[in-house]
Design a protein around this ligand. Sequence first.
Ligand code: FPP
Length: 271
Amino acid sequence: MIDLSKLAEPGSIEESLLERIDFKRMPRHIAVIMDGNGRWAKSRNLPRVEGHRAGIASVREIVETAARLELGVITLYAFSVENWKRPRYEVATLMLLLKEYLRKELATLMDNNIRFVPIGRVDGLDETVQRELRYAQEQTARNTGLLFQIALNYGGRAEIVDTVNRIMALLREREMSDAVIDEAFFSDHLYTANVDDPDLLIRTSGELRVSNFLLWQIAYAEIHVTKVLWPDFRRRHLFEAIIDFQARDRRYGGVEEADAQMFIEADENRA
Ligand code: FPP
């Protein structure tokens, strides 16, 4: 049972937003492109890395809120395969912040029954980062609440290529090289095997791009773009995104039930 008192103070904006959420129609999986850290820092005449540092507070609040809302999965895009092109100092600081975050937040992840899983080409990260990631993953492996996936050294195309190679190796090993695979089999070999696809993709800072994030998995996701920069993104913005999601008409390429009925009746009348 969701404890609303842990999500909003009486009389707050958060409380009025929560009243507009239908808890029976929650997205099971929310994916987030955390963007705008650099602009946040620039607008304050601070170095870019200060934007990333401030972004950690948003990560903390959003992950905890997702757990309290009893969502199934949250996936955050923290470092893409393209992000290596950034200045060395920025990359090094991002990795340092990640290690710091994992060390400081492990207790909170445990307290909130959160299971932590990194996705991406994790073996391409520095060994010290990999060690912290492994430790957090192992420690939280038996938690049964929110699944918190963090995308690191991640690329949607890279994931698809890795999946193709993984499947080819598997089929070779089983001497089934001429097997025909289907979408379900392909999905089961992605980094996100056994995880429901995102229902809602949030992007902060106003850019209208998917930036190589979960390309296969977002096929039917609703997209919510907000101008809010990631370091300013708070619980109330997550509530707004969920309200927006619930106002959408999800048809998965079909038509709405009432419309479908109308077509059937029209056909019958014609016959
Ligand atoms: C995009 O902002 C953000 C990133 C590339 C990194 C996101 C990382 C964090 C929020 C902190 C680290 C996360 C964890 C979980 C420890 P940008 O730099 O592209 O912003 P800009 O478009 O305004 O320049």
